[in-house]
Design a protein around this ligand. Structure first.
Ligand code: PRX
Length: 659
């Protein structure tokens, strides 16, 4: 584990720019400062009040929190509800059926406007179709789709039936999809012929075919949306077209009441070992915190705001802040299928101007990319509708924060830098836009109802001005309930580092005001463009190539993506690599990782070395490799079994650029 307090962090504490909310903003803000005191006085009662206020229950709950089985929490456990009813039907019943739920913008310029009444019909049809394919309450459904309306329909259709969904990001490989289908024992896979990416159709169905060819006995059907009209291969009896089963299905469907602790979804995320973890979330507590945070952190006014979160549904941000939070709150939102630079680098800003987006939620990596492209691009569009800006996924450096505020937010929209994780289910640490005086680069304060701290190695709370490990000290409603099929791993990963404290895996620092600054992961997890990747998983992918004898992977600082994957490999002497030019070896191995895991995991560099730095017990010292990858003087190497290894590595390095 690396030392979160080491190196170059002092400058964070010298940040003295402050941005108090404007009087106009304060006057209309949803969240007020008294929320903190109220929540602190009785945290469970505070959450119970949110659950009653924001969520419709079929059976009202009496019990708020049961922590007797810690670390597995039960929230609102004797209540029953349905997530899709909360996200859709109740808005229609309340006479808001004509409100736009989704403004869909396809990459190719096709659009679709879906009201809450439309959404109710589409979700009901999808639920009936899934039921006709054999999906019942408790069955798992894998979703491997681009960001198109059918993805939202399918997630909510699963919720309607009480069938936990497992969304797999469309950029993941057949191999990654296969392991996730197997682990969750999915009964149905919902996919599309493809999606549009950078101006061209890209295929999805072949990856599903390849995954199922590897063997997946639980899968009975593959439901295929026609999006790109590409040719697909077809397995009769197993594969069915969306248009054949969903389009003709009845648009009447009764949502299934489930207990508050019924699993809503599984979402796989990278851990410190090679095997991704199936994080699972349940219904009542998750929905409560999703709705509460969405309403207060973004100051949502459902009647007037147009909200846009740029995340894909393949990530937790897409679950909580594209699907459940906004829809439970009855928001109008934009969803966009494509990349920010298609067909031109102003596409996002054009979308904001077109729909009058008022709240934008995106990742620092996107902001840094736009900074690189130049501020004259957003300057061509009217962004004056924006009134709240959000950031998520990785630390936002103060320069990017300032640019975001000035160029995108017109120097007036408050920025909320939101810290949370797949595991936490919803935002945990963030300013409140009408309350907090914001600071560029800091996520600042735990939300009302959330208890977080920064502790040292012995679990003691560190004083202001010091660094340590971020922990959560009290259970929260949207917390994960475990790792699918492996509760021991849940305990080991999050609850064994410190007794009775949830260990987030992040280093953090408290500044002189007690505000929290996130400093990145302290475990073997990398954060590339706000996406979590495991060093071990990429190492396993590399050694599965016949040319590779050994591999070590590190996350090196990268100006745009936050971190980038840098791999060090030892080649097998006897394999084909020795006859292949060095740049071809590197290209081959980079592509191999992309194929095994997905393009997001493709190393920026693959460095061929003769040896790897190891301790006497055989553990690779990634810290030293990170020094090399970041072109720094190599740190203390005295614990190496062979201290000449680092010299060997430094001498033999060639550093080809990534594409
Ligand atoms: O390291 C932290 C970083 O992202 C990790 C969680 O990744 P994931 O589960 O994929 O969820 C990302 C979206 C919620 C965290 O452990 N992280 C997330 N938000 C921030 C952040 N680091 C710094 N500042 C943030 N605002």
């Amino acid at each position: 584990m690396s030392d979160p307090t080491a190196g170059g962090l002092e400058n964070l504490l010298s940040e003295d720019r402050r941005f108090p909310p404007s009087a106009e903003f304060v006057a209309q803000a949803n969240a007020t400062a008294d929320l903190y005191a109220w929540a602190n006085a009785d945290r469970p009662a505070f959450w119970a009040e949110q659950a009653r206020e924001l969520i419709s229950w079929s059976t009202p709950f009496e019990q708020t929190l049961d922590w007797s089985q810690a670390p597995v929490a039960r929230w609102f456990a004797d209540g029953t509800l349905n997530a899709a009813y909360n996200a859709v039907d109740r808005h229609v019943e309340a006479g808001r059926g004509d409100r736009v739920a989704l403004h869909f913008e396809g990459e190719a310029g096709d659009t679709r406007t879906i009201t809450y009444a439309d959404l109710q019909r589409e979700v009901s049809k999808t639920a009936n179709a899934l039921a006709s394919l054999g999906v019942g309450t408790g069955d798992r459904v894998a979703i491997y789709l681009p960001l198109i309306p059918e993805a939202v329909f399918t997630m909510l259709a699963c919720a309607r039936i009480g069938a936990p969904h497992s969304v797999v990001f469309g950029g993941f490989s057949a191999e990654a999809l296969h392991s996730r289908i197997l682990d969750a024992e999915a009964k149905v896979v919902v996919t599309a012929d493809g999606g549009f990416r950078r101006g061209a159709p890209s295929a999805l169905k072949p990856a599903v075919d390849e995954a199922l060819d590897k063997g997946a006995p639980s899968v009975q059907h593959v439901l295929v949306v026609q999006r790109t009209q590409q040719e697909v291969s077809w397995t009769e009896g197993r594969d069915v077209w969306w248009s054949d089963v969903v389009d003709p299905a009845s648009d009447q469907h009764t949502p299934v009441d489930v207990e508050a602790e019924h699993p809503l979804f599984i979402l796989y995320t990278s851990g410190t070992t090679g095997k991704p973890k199936g994080i699972f979330h349940t219904t009542g507590g998750y929905l409560t915190q999703a709705a509460y945070t969405h309403l207060n952190v973004f100051d949502l006014k459902p009647e007037t705001d147009v909200y846009w979160c740029t995340a894909d549904i393949g990530w937790i941000t897409g679950h909580t802040y594209v699907v459940y939070g906004p829809l439970v709150n009855g928001a109008t939102q934009v969803i966009y299928e494509g990349t920010p630079d298609t067909p031109h680098r102003g596409r996002w800003w054009e979308i904001i101007a077109k729909y009058g987006v008022t709240i934008l939620y995106t990742a620092p990596t996107a902001i840094r990319t736009c900074m690189k492209w130049g501020e004259e691009i957003p300057a061509q569009f009217d962004l004056s509708s924006l009134r709240v800006l959000g950031s998520v996924g990785e630390p936002i450096n103060p320069e990017a924060w300032m640019w975001y505020r000035r160029v995108i937010g017109g120097d007036k929209a408050p920025i909320v830098d939101t810290w949370w994780q797949t595991e936490t289910g919803a935002i945990m640490i963030s300013p409140l836009p009408g309350v907090t005086e914001t600071k560029p680069g800091s996520a600042q304060v735990p939300l009302p109802g959330v208890a977080a701290d920064v502790v040292d190695d012995e679990a003691h709370s560190v004083p202001n001005g010091s660094g340590g490990y971020l922990v959560l000290t009290e259970p929260w409603p949207a917390m994960l309930r475990g790792i699918w099929g492996d509760q021991q791993r849940y305990k080991d990963t999050y609850w064994s580092r410190f007794q009775n404290l949830y260990f987030a895996g992040d280093g953090a620092k408290k500044d002189d005001d007690g505000d929290i600054w996130l400093l990145g992961r302290v475990d073997d997890v990398m954060n590339v463009s706000g996406h979590r990747l495991s060093t071990t998983e990429i190492e396993s992918a590399l050694v599965s190539h016949p040319w590779v004898a050994e591999a070590a992977v590190v996350g090196a600082n990268d100006e745009t993506t936050g971190q980038a994957v840098v791999a060090f490999v030892i080649l097998r002497g006897d394999a084909g690599a020795s006859q292949t030019p060095a740049d071809e070896v590197q290209a081959e191995l980079r592509n191999h990782v992309a194929k095994e895991i997905g393009p997001i995991a493709k190393p920026r560099q693959v460095l061929v070395v003769q040896e790897l730095p190891k301790t006497r017990s055989g553990k690779i010292m990634r810290r030293l490799l990170r020094d090399v990858a970041e072109h720094r003087q190599v740190g203390d190497a005295t614990t190496l079994a062979d201290s000449s290894v680092m010299d060997l590595i430094a001498q033999g390095l060639s550093t080809p650029q990534s594409d």
